[in-house]
Write a protein that binds this ligand. Structure first.
Ligand SMILES: Cc1cc2nc3c(=O)[nH]c(=O)nc-3n(C[C@H](O)[C@H](O)[C@H](O)COP(=O)(O)OP(=O)(O)OC[C@H]3O[C@@H](n4cnc5c(N)ncnc54)[C@H](O)[C@@H]3O)c2cc1C
Length: 398
């Protein structure tokens, strides 16, 4: 009998977890037929997206080659950008690295093309932390500013060159500003500058941090950021980043050497032309078992799909942690569907436990969990260890 082909589009956090889960659940055989796996991604390896701020701070490489993964044995990797899914003919169309268009047939298809980092309108200036190249541009810019500050005689201009605004105070804005403040202070010291002149402003449009949890979490986080040298400015958004300052929504002008945008994620815009049913927000429409409506054998999870718990109507957030749990369940769902058994349905992780971890630089972690209405906090070195574990688990490095 012919092999069955399982194609996974996207080797981000969720695509990788899906590949492993389906491989482990099926052991590569279903109903006496061998299951062949293909992972197709437009990039040459897995990008550790949660660590996108790292190349903006230091020189860390956040790409992991596919072959690094032990479960990748026997998996075919194709570098290409998928442009459309023809669910009638059960094939995808993609553009390879030479710009050629090709077709790839599938029996089972997992769409895990994720999200992209939201960009402000081009005339609003600054640099959005969208990918490793933008991160490197950010690093070069603040390094250059500090070098200029060394020979700057005007104290106000020197202070401006040593200041950064981070626009957007979600978890990525918090982590970016904390690590930047610590690293900029280190670099300032090594250049003979006064490290206490480093200013990292985190601009929040809200009245507090961490709207995902109770107020006291936001207050503790503000304190932790202040200890790293970050000043959070509330109820203020950056309206425009100019060459020497940012304009704020309350009319203030803040002199800074650089503005970095960290204003959240949006579903991958490439989905708009892929031929799959989408919500008005641009996420793939799936049922409670991640099956794409009207496309037999096609599943979608992760940031690119709208995943709702049928028992309480709660939609999952665009988070790697939630996507990894979806992937584990997807393995069981695919196996059940192939064997014609009833499949398990999605359950929102927040109906089991609320859990967030945030990194604030080496040995400075911040973990918050809530179960049965009880809040739990872990900070410092242990919080950092848990944070690192979550990053590594997210990219399947442990
Ligand atoms: C700075 C930052 C910090 C974050 N911190 C956290 C955190 O602390 N905790 C947390 O839970 N989440 C965090 N997130 C969110 C987390 O990164 C996402 O939820 C997660 O990456 C989603 O995984 P995914 O596989 O669905 O999508 P993605 O990671 O976006 O992966 C999609 C993959 O699909 C590929 N792809 C895209 N389009 C195509 C195409 N047309 N053809 C072929 N391949 C394609 C991409 O190259 C990529 O490899 C953070 C995100 C950012 C940016």
């Amino acid at each position: 009998m012919n092999d069955l082909t399982c194609v996974i589009i996207g080797g981000g956090h969720v695509g990788l977890h899906s590949l492993k889960a389906i491989k482990e659940e099926t052991h590569g055989m279903v109903n006496g037929r061998r299951l062949r796996f293909v992972l197709i991604d437009k990039q040459s390896g897995h990008m550790r997206k949660m660590l996108l701020f790292r190349p903006a701070v230091g020189q860390e490489d956040i790409m992991v080659p596919w072959t690094h993964y032990s479960f990748s044995e026997g998996v075919e990797f194709v570098q290409g950008k998928v442009t459309s899914v023809d669910s009638g003919a059960k094939q995808i169309q993609y553009e390879d690295t030479h710009g050629n268009h090709a077709l790839m047939p599938y029996d089972i298809l997992v769409v895990a093309v994720g999200s992209i980092v939201r960009r402000p309108e081009p005339d609003r200036g600054g640099i959005a932390l969208t990918d490793p190249l933008a991160a490197a541009a950010i690093r070069e810019r603040w390094h250059a500013n500090l070098r200029k500050a060394v020979s700057e005689m005007n104290p106000e201009e020197r202070k401006r060159l040593m200041s950064i605004a981070v626009a957007g105070a979600g978890i990525s804005g918090v982590e970016t500003s904390a690590e930047l403040a610590l690293e900029m202070r280190r670099e300032a010291s090594s250049l003979g500058l006064n490290p206490s002149n480093i200013s990292v402003y985190l601009l929040s449009g809200q009245k507090r941090l961490f709207m995902e949890g109770p107020e006291k979490v936001g207050i503790k986080l503000d304190q932790a950021l202040s200890n790293c040298g970050v000043k959070v400015l509330y109820n203020r958004k950056v309206t425009k980043a100019e060459e020497d300052a940012v304009q704020l929504s309350n009319g203030d002008r803040l002199p800074v050497g650089l503005c970095i945008w960290t204003i959240g994620l949006i579903p991958n815009p490439a989905l708009q032309s892929m031929g799959l049913p989408l919500t008005s927000d641009g996420q793939v429409l799936v049922d409670e078992c991640y099956r794409v409506q009207g496309a037999q054998g096609v599943y979608s999870i992760g940031d690119c799909a709208r995943i709702v718990d049928p028992s309480n109507g709660k939609a999952d957030l665009m988070r790697a942690g939630e996507g990894a749990l979806q992937a584990d369940k997807l393995g069981k769902i695919v196996m059940a569907d192939l064997e014609g058994r009833p499949a398990p349905v999605h359950k929102s992780p927040s109906s089991i436990i609320d859990f967030f971890c945030i990194g604030l630089g080496e040995d400075r972690g911040f973990v918050w969990g809530r179960k049965w209405g009880l809040n739990m906090f872990i900070t410092g070195k242990l919080g950092w260890k848990i944070r690192k574990l979550a990053w590594d688990k997210g990219s399947m490095l442990r």
